[in-house]
Design a protein around this ligand. Sequence first.
Ligand code: HEC
Length: 453
Amino acid sequence: MHIGLRNVKLSSFLLLFLLACNREEKLPDTVTFSEHIAPILFKECTYCHREGGTSHFELKTYRQAKGYATAMAFVTKEKMMPPWPADPHYTEFIGQRILSEKQIKLFKKWVTDGLQEGDKTKLPPLPQYPFGSMIGTPDVRLPIQPILLPANSSDHFVLVKVPFELPSETYVSTIEFVPGRNNVVHHVNGDLVRYDFNKKRNVFDGELSTNMVLDTTIKLAFDKLGLANDDGTYPALQKSTVNYLPGVTAQQYPEGIGSFHLPRKGAFLLNDIHYGFTKKEVLDSSYINLFFAKNPTTRPLQEFQLGTIGVSPVEPNMIMLPDVEKKVWSKYRVPKDISILTINPHMHLLGKSFKAYALKPDGDTIRLISIPRWDFNWQYFYTFKKMVKIPAGSTIVAEGVYDNTRKNLNNPFNPPQIITDQNGSMKATDEMFQFIISYLPYEPGDENRSLEK
Ligand code: HEC
């Protein structure tokens, strides 16, 4: 009887499912560029596939799209494009770029229907992408020392100092990194250098950039950049204040949340800018836009991280033996109620998958993120649509799987070698396991507060 009931349930589910699929399936008789493909490209793809975008080729016109039609059908089916490694069925975030099953089928059907252009009058207008800022007029623009990249080169990791001196101290709500016109910037992660009052006379001391050659230690690089206080001690770093990844607009929280005090003088330490492949020689002139907050913040953002140099260790350890797949984890018990806003999973080239969740004291699970196929190139800062409350006594669990075999096409070594976590080394060929969490101490109602601007 029990089984019978289940079967009834199952078959009605199946019916509903088939009905739902049927509705999804309704594709146009003939897929054309103007009517069906262009709207998807303009909404989900041209942000990166345009001049000044992060990709090497454009997808704005019929001719351009036609040339990539088969490739587009493939990368969309494989969910490689648009890049969004997090599983949207596990958790959803602001700004996620996900194609529907129907949109994916349209790409394929366009190819089998013969790549027709269709009625040009049905073409939607090409989106206009602003230059200089994606979010508005900044209060201050800080230029970054231009960096020269030789032709036919890739993977430059440059440490850059961006010193500033403002008329007065202030509060900043958003920091936007804007890549130079010829966008070759692969990603940026930067901190704010907070000097103690009167401990640093000249923040413009030292060099403005240094290339992270393989044997350079962080200490050497910092000395070169003149980061230390006048008495030789090191100033505090406010982590992850400047972030950039192609296709991602700068982090903006609603008024009153997340803004922070900016001293009259200090520096941003871009630690580092990673430059991707460039065919021609390029002089990159990127810059940083600062947007001031109207009011001093009432709820400054706080941050902690699990794993490498974090609040909880990596278990069992970060020794990756050659030809082995290995799972590691890190667990942290949250002492008080917190509200999570943004999370950032971090691994390097051996990363295979990543998952994080919180176990509540009552045994329930709060899902945070699942990345079934880790992609070193797309390490987003994921902001929840609404804050996620984690009650005191919960345990946050982050799990990562590493693939140190030859099957991993990103493995920096062939044959595979022992790879370890060099105490937080930034080198892409060392490994890391981190789960970075931006949060606020919980206040009632947080879980209903939208984080969308
Ligand atoms: C966030 C930026 C971004 C978005 C959004 C994006 N792409 Fe890409 N795409 C890239 C980058 C970077 C590459 C790597 C190749 C390069 O640098 O040009 C790439 C590669 C591709 C390739 C592989 C080309 C080849 O044969 O090597 C195709 C096809 C493609 N994208 C199609 C699309 C389509 C279709 C969409 C929208 C549905 C899309 N992309 C959205 C950045 C993006």
